[in-house]
Design a protein around this ligand. Structure first.
Ligand code: HEC
Length: 161
């Protein structure tokens, strides 16, 4: 043991870290994309296009993480985030019990007031298309308002938080 803790200490530490990192990749906790059940009846294809670029990574069954986001332990955080996003709102499970708790007003308001998509989503130049211009933001909010007025789905009881 003395030998291991001697001059090879850093090498041993490195090997242990490497093995743990490798083992972490085997943990089966990752973003999966279950089949799309139903989407809202979009008022206009342009509304859907904006929602896809700005919302779908976290609020649909069509999440497309970057390859490096699939590497543990970052992937665990991303997976958890997508789970929470889907439980608040899932555009792919419209009208089902998995639609999420957010009601139409909250959804439209989150776009208008800029709280969604979260600003960190577009940090470092990532997800550039999701960085909405003021015009796109208005277009998406108006489009969602029209879509959800006609097809509110079934937000889970209690609404959002
Ligand atoms: C990077 C991931 C991500 C993106 C992109 C994103 N959201 Fe969210 N959103 C979340 C998460 C996570 C939550 C759950 C927050 C919580 O539970 O506190 C959430 C919650 C919500 C809620 C419920 C209110 C709340 O705070 O719980 C609404 C409404 C919402 N999002 C709308 C949108 C819309 C509309 C878009 C697209 C314009 C969007 N989000 C884009 C991650 C995201």
């Amino acid at each position: 043991m003395r030998l291991l803790l001697g001059p090879f200490r850093w090498l041993v530490t490195l090997i242990v870290a490497f093995v743990l990192f490798g083992a972490a990749q085997l943990v089966p906790y990752r973003v999966d994309d279950p089949p799309v059940v139903a989407e809202p009846r979009w008022n206009d294809p342009a509304t859907r296009t904006l929602a896809v670029v700005a919302c779908f990574d976290c609020h649909s069954n069509e999440s497309h993480p970057y390859a490096w986001e699939k590497i543990a332990p970052l992937s665990w955080w991303i997976t958890n985030h997508v789970k929470e996003g889907r439980s608040a709102l899932n555009f792919s499970e419209w009208g089902t019990a998995q639609q999420g708790r957010a009601n139409p007003d909250e959804i439209v308001e989150s776009v208008r007031n800029g709280s969604m998509p979260p600003n960190f989503y577009t940090w470092l130049g990532l997800h550039g298309d999701a960085k909405l211009t003021p015009a796109e933001r208005t277009q998406l909010a108006d489009g969602l308002a029209a879509t959800l007025a006609a097809d509110p789905g079934t937000p889970s009881a209690g609404g959002g938080d």
